[in-house]
Design a protein around this ligand. Structure first.
Ligand code: DX5
Ligand code: ZN
Length: 221
């Protein structure tokens, strides 16, 4: 039986003046999720977009909404993001003092709970909480901007994390975020990645629908 890798285009790279058009395009593609980057200008040195824009996206998006919070003290907004239609809510390890409590709060709202790791954060730090995490987002660039180059050390992290998930009998998904292209997608899937986020590579392509189909095809194991 073949294993499909999920593709999650990052709306950060969409044309914001034609957001409805770009959302419909992803609806029609073979993409599996919408990846939504929320930045606060404090946790990361950039501000993306906030609640009204997510509300507008949710009006048109017909696939799973995967929200990546790059904000300090994310506990303040868990319910807000649930009300805005998030299916998966991912917080940063580096932004949570009481990560276990935050994960329970996300799940109590009926969402899947994700944890994102900055490139310098060792996956071993998740050992004691791995069974409580639905998704780990391994950042393969420093968070804050689209269009950066992929950090090669990511493959090693994916393998370590996969090994930890299997060893603990967990069902956690591994997501890779940043610099994903046709050059690294297959190798990431082979290392154990379940979900690939792709921003610029999809939206800046001449034919985004064909680009998603190609990513899907080369990551089917
Ligand atoms: C970076 C964001 C990413 C970004 C990926 O902080 O978390 O989701 O949109 O963009 P690309 O695929 O262009 O690196
Ligand atoms: Zn992201």
């Amino acid at each position: 039986m073949s294993k499909q890798t999920l593709i999650a285009p990052s709306v950060l790279a969409a044309d914001f003046a034609n957001l409805q058009r770009d959302i419909e395009m992803i609806n029609q593609s073979e993409a599996d999720w919408f990846h939504i980057d929320i930045m606060d200008g404090v946790f990361v040195p950039n501000i993306s977009f906030g609640m009204p824009v997510l509300e507008a996206i949710n009006k048109h998006a017909k696939k799973t909404i995967d929200v990546h919070l790059m904000i300090v003290d994310p506990d303040r907004y868990i319910k807000t993001f649930k009300d805005l239609g998030s299916d998966i809510l991912t917080v940063h390890y580096e932004a949570c003092t009481h990560l276990h409590r935050t994960l329970q709060a996300i799940k109590a709202e009926g969402m899947k709970a994700g944890v994102a790791l900055n490139p310098h954060t060792n996956v071993a730090l998740l050992e004691d909480v791995i069974n409580d995490i639905d998704l780990v987002c391994i950042m393969s660039v420093n968070p804050g901007f689209g269009g950066q180059s992929f950090i090669e050390n990511t493959y090693k992290k994916v393998k370590q994390l996969k090994e930890m998930i299997v060893r603990n009998g967990a069902s956690t998904l591994i997501e890779i975020d940043g610099g994903v292209t046709n050059k690294n997608a297959r190798q990431l899937a082979e290392a154990g990645a379940d979900v690939l986020v792709a921003g610029s590579y999809v939206f800046k392509a001449e034919n985004p629908i064909a680009t998603v189909a190609h990513l899907k095809q080369i990551t089917t194991l």
